[in-house]
Write a protein that binds this ligand. Structure first.
Ligand code: HEC
Ligand code: HEC
Length: 214
């Protein structure tokens, strides 16, 4: 039998593990702090025009997918990406300057902007692929990706799994090949491993399938 005190410290340890950011995060201490702050989406809205220049007023990104759709992405996912881009673990020279701590108002400012972006309705009409390999895309997704990204590819806020729906096809194709080829270095190692066996054709099929999910 565990003593009540040992039991309660075990419970506390488990609780703190539950909110721990993933080990592959660049700066898990910062991320851990950022996700525990109480965000103010209204304050985030005031900074958002900085982001709108590329991601659009509505956060839908740009049609060719050069700028991803970010509206409605999970808050924790957005925060992790902001910190990873800031620390250059995720190389993004276009956006790097906009992740400066002072510009964003520190971790609190980052949390605010992430909460505001997460609250925006997601893009109902992202760019899609050619529609020729949807069956293959669905089979691959269901076999290899659903365990983390979920039934309707809606991801998981707690686990930092991104939502993959309502996103532009060209962006999904680019990210999947960058993750596979280890150009984007901030991803779950298990996913990187799975993608090693994927050809460009497989990636296109999955991305097309995802870009059409509601
Ligand atoms: C100058 C253009 C530019 C500005 C301004 C900009 N971004 Fe980005 N952002 C990009 C590009 C380009 C990418 C995709 C890079 C890639 O393909 O890896 C990106 C990616 C992202 C991602 C990752 C999306 C994902 O699904 O992983 C997030 C989150 C993001 N931006 C949020 C923001 C926020 C919040 C702001 C405002 C503080 C902002 N961006 C300002 C260009 C910009
Ligand atoms: C072990 C869990 C896991 C599995 C399995 C997995 N992923 Fe992921 N995936 C993640 C995590 C975690 C991230 C976020 C990484 C980061 O922070 O950059 C991610 C990121 C992504 C992104 C980038 C999203 C964005 O907005 O930029 C895409 C696209 C993606 N996954 C697609 C897939 C596909 C397709 C499969 C199946 C072939 C798959 N994933 C399998 C965990 C997983």
């Amino acid at each position: 039998m565990l003593s009540p005190r040992l039991l309660s410290s075990t419970v506390l340890l488990l609780l703190s593990l539950a909110v721990m950011p993933p080990a592959y995060a660049e700066d898990s201490a910062k991320l851990n702090e950022a996700v525990t702050l109480r965000p103010d989406p209204e304050a985030g809205k005031k900074i958002y025009p900085l982001c709108a220049a590329c991601h659009g007023e509505n956060g839908f990104g740009q049609q060719q997918g050069e700028y991803p759709s970010i509206a409605g992405q999970h808050q924790r996912v957005i925060l992790k990406q902001l910190l990873d881009i800031q620390s250059k673990k995720r190389i993004n020279p276009t956006m790097y300057a906009f992740t400066d701590m002072e510009t964003l108002g520190g971790l609190q400012g980052m949390a605010n902007i992430a909460a505001y972006t997460a609250s925006l309705p997601s893009n109902p009409n992202p760019v899609k692929g050619d529609g020729e390999q949807l069956g293959k895309g669905e089979t691959l997704y269901t076999t290899y990706c659903i365990s983390c990204h979920g039934n309707n590819a809606l991801g998981n806020e707690e686990q930092y799994y991104p939502r993959l729906t309502n996103q532009h096809y060209p962006y999904l194709v680019r990210e999947l090949s960058w993750i596979r080829d280890k150009i984007r270095k901030n991803s779950d190692p298990a996913m990187v491993q799975i993608l090693q066996d994927f050809g460009n054709d497989d990636i296109q099929a999955i991305a097309d399938y995802l870009s059409r999910l509601p």
